[in-house]
Every structure is written in structure tokens, then in C-alpha cells.
Unconditional design. Structure first.
Length: 412
């Protein structure tokens, strides 16, 4: 299985940091904007014309050619001789337009939204009302498979990645098929190295860059069909998945689409929180509240800065904010704990006076009693709440004195 981490399965920026590539992009921008405008006009013309065109194969071919021009898509097909009659076609997921490309080289049915009669027929899109209910969708798809000789197109990864590894496949599509045709999709953009999708992007932003770049080249490769025969469901799926991964020369990943969706959700929330904190720091931060926030953070290092800052705006008191946090009146998500740096600093501090060393030792000992979240029952702690609170406040005071070299003044 793959050792690729989940964060490595996404692209995080459309643009390279290479100065030469940035320079090339700046030169290309006027051309790209012009292409985008022309292609948008063509796409709109194509859409409105589709309402009056006869629903015939010859017009379907014309629509495909014009669609490719409007999106800047070029398709290269390999191993077409290996194409067989099958219940389903299975590919990796690379972009939002994979189904359109696959349907142009191997007529198939794709579950999707209803456009209009002509476009749905041309692009092989079949609208199912039961898309939110897997069992109903499986029943509807089974009826389509039994009534039609046209295969159903599946992308069991279910989410777009940068292609560094192949995700776990959804199981349910394979329960409908006794024979599937694996097909691999790879994409490149000659001239401009702009990723197809990023962790921040959606359909419309990806569509913009399809129309902006000179062209997007799809490589479609047919692999030998795989029959279920006497294979178990798991073996059947793994065989198809392994064939696709081997052809793409990527490893198999332990992650599923659900794992990636959860990661994207957490990543975006974290980025939004960081932006909010930065804006607060740059624009409206109160120096006195900031100073007190740092003091509270020294006592409760796992409590986020912005949660402390917001409570201090109300209380204007370090003691009250610490009390609010300990009593659970401040809601927050604890930050990841970091290795303590006190041990690495101890050799330097050991050269200080004996009184300073005593303060430092006491501080470290007291820190062991502090925690960002405390148990609510007496059995979860051996020290009373008031005693723990007193130690935390005293510890904060001593660390502040030590940090600002005030021990001599306090001692005198």
C-alpha cells in the first residue's frame, strides 16, 4: 500500500513558484483572457442552440467537437482494440469533464444532472432521481443495465486528487457488474504547468482554467476487461484497482473519498481560522489584550489564541479568563501539543543565579499540574479545583517574572 500522506494527494496552488514560469504566465495572461472570452461565447452559443437541434447522432458529433474547442480539450486514445462489451466502464477520477471525454470514445451512460434532452443524450448523461439513496440508485441502474447494451460509467474513487496514488474504490458499483472495462485517464497541459484542480477549487474555477489555458490533453488508455466469474466482490474490486494503478504507475492508497473529504473540511476550517487570526492581529488588535493573551497562553498552551483573545475582550482580566476556561465557559478546539523546549533551554539557564534557578525549577514542576481541559468529577483529579487554579496563576506570575528578568526587583 501507499506511503503517500493524505495531504500529498492534493495540489495547493495553481501556479508554480519558479520565476521563469511566473514570467511566462504573466506574458500569457492577455492571450488566456482572450481565449476564455471566445470559448465562453462559443459555449453559450452551443448551449442555446442545443434546444433547437434535432436529437440525432450526426449532431451529437458536432456538439462534441464544438465542446472540445470551447474547453480546449484534445483527446488521444490508446489500445482501443482492447475495448470489449462490458456492464461497466471504470476509470480513475481526474477532472469534472472525464465522463464527457469517455463517452466520446466509448458510448456509455453516466449518472448525472439533467441538462436538456439533446445535451443529456449527446453526453450520455442519465438523470436518476434517487442519487441520494444508494439502494434506490442501484435498483435503477440495474434496470438500465438489463434493458440496455450500453455500459454504465463509474468513477469509484469519487473525488478528484492530484493522481499521486489511487484511492480506495466504492464497492456498490461493482455489485451491478459481472464484467467491467478498466480505462486510465491522464491529463497534461503543454506550455503552462497549471494543475487541473486544487484543494480550494470547485467546478467553476476548474472550468475557468480549462478555458484559459491553450489546451488540455487527455490520454485515454483501454485495459483488458475483467470478469467477476467466481471471484469474491473484494477480489474483483482489487483486481480492477490494481490494473489501473499499475498502468498509471502509482501506488494504492489506504484512504477513501470520505477520508479526503474530512481532511479538506478540516484544512479549510484551519486556514479560515488562521486568516481570521492574522486579520485580527494586523488590523484591530489591542496591545494590552494581546499581552494578557500571551500570559494566559503560557499557562494554558493548548488553548487557541483567538479563543483567549475573545474572552479577554469581555473580562479584561487574566484571572477571570483562566477561570472561564477551566470552568468550561470558553468553547474551543485544543491545538496540537508541541514538544517542550524547556529542556533545550535548561543548560543556558543553569548559569543564572541560584534564586533564578529555583524559580525556573518551580515553574517546570508547576506546569505538570496544568492542563487545557480538566475533569469534571472528583475522581478525575486528586488536587482540588481551587488549588489547581491557584498553582496555574502562580505559575503564570513566576514565568512572567523570569521571562522579563524581574526576579531581583521582586526579591528586593
Amino acid at each position: 500500500m501507499s506511503t503517500v500522506e493524505i495531504k500529498q494527494l492534493f495540489s495547493y496552488s495553481r501556479f508554480s513558484e519558479s520565476p521563469s514560469k511566473i514570467g511566462l504566465l504573466l506574458i500569457y495572461i492577455p492571450v488566456g483572457i482572450t481565449l476564455f472570452i471566445l470559448r465562453t461565447l462559443l459555449a453559450l452559443l452551443l448551449y442555446f442552440t442545443s434546444f433547437i437541434l434535432p436529437n440525432a447522432p450526426i449532431f451529437h458529433n458536432i456538439v462534441y467537437k464544438l465542446s472540445y474547442i470551447s474547453l480546449g480539450i484534445i483527446v488521444n486514445v490508446e489500445n482501443i482494440e482492447k475495448k470489449e462489451e462490458a456492464d461497466g466502464i471504470v476509470t480513475n477520477k481526474v477532472s469534472y469533464f472525464d465522463s464527457m471525454v469517455i463517452n466520446s470514445v466509448a458510448k456509455c451512460i453516466t449518472p448525472g444532472i439533467y441538462l436538456n434532452t439533446f445535451l443529456s443524450s449527446a453526453f450520455g448523461i442519465h438523470y436518476f432521481k434517487s442519487t441520494n439513496n444508494i439502494e434506490e440508485l442501484k435498483r435503477d441502474l440495474s434496470n438500465v443495465v438489463s434493458e440496455s447494451k450500453v455500459p454504465i460509467y463509474f468513477q469509484p474513487e469519487s473525488i478528484i486528487t492530484n493522481g499521486r496514488a489511487l484511492l480506495k474504490f466504492s464497492i456498490w458499483p461493482f455489485t451491478l457488474c459481472n464484467k467491467v472495462q478498466p480505462v486510465t485517464i491522464t491529463i497534461n497541459r503543454p506550455g503552462l504547468d497549471i494543475p487541473i484542480s486544487t484543494i480550494y477549487s470547485g467546478y467553476w474555477s476548474d472550468l475557468f482554467f480549462f478555458m484559459f489555458v491553450p489546451c488540455t490533453v487527455y490520454r485515454i488508455k483501454f485495459l483488458p476487461a475483467v470478469e467477476k466469474k467466481g471471484l469474491s466482490e473484494e477480489t474483483f474490486i482489487n483486481k480492477v484497482r490494481l490494473n489501473i494503478a499499475n498502468d498509471l504507475k502509482v501506488k494504492l492508497s489506504n484512504y477513501s473519498a470520505a477520508d479526503l473529504k474530512e481532511y479538506v473540511k478540516r484544512y479549510r476550517a484551519e486556514q479560515q481560522r488562521n486568516i481570521s487570526t492574522q486579520n485580527q492581529t494586523i488590523g484591530t488588535i489591542n496591545p494590552e489584550i494581546h499581552r494578557m493573551s500571551i500570559q494566559v497562553r503560557e499557562v494554558l498552551p493548548l488553548v487557541p489564541y483567538d479563543a483567549i483573545y475573545k474572552d479577554l475582550i469581555k473580562t479584561k482580566s487574566v484571572d477571570l479568563t483562566i477561570t472561564n476556561i477551566l470552568e468550561g465557559h470558553v468553547s474551543y478546539v485544543p491545538e496540537q501539543s508541541k514538544p517542550s523546549s524547556s529542556s533545550s533551554n535548561s543548560p543556558t539557564k543553569s548559569t543564572a543565579s541560584s534564586s533564578s534557578g529555583s524559580i525556573h525549577q518551580t515553574t517546570n514542576t508547576s506546569l505538570n499540574t496544568a492542563a487545557p481541559v480538566f475533569g469534571k468529577s472528583p475522581q478525575e483529579r486528586s488536587i482540588s479545583f481551587q488549588e489547581r487554579k491557584r498553582l496555574l496563576i502562580e505559575n503564570s506570575r513566576k514565568r512572567y517574572i523570569e521571562k522579563h528578568s524581574l526576579s531581583n526587583i521582586v526579591g528586593s
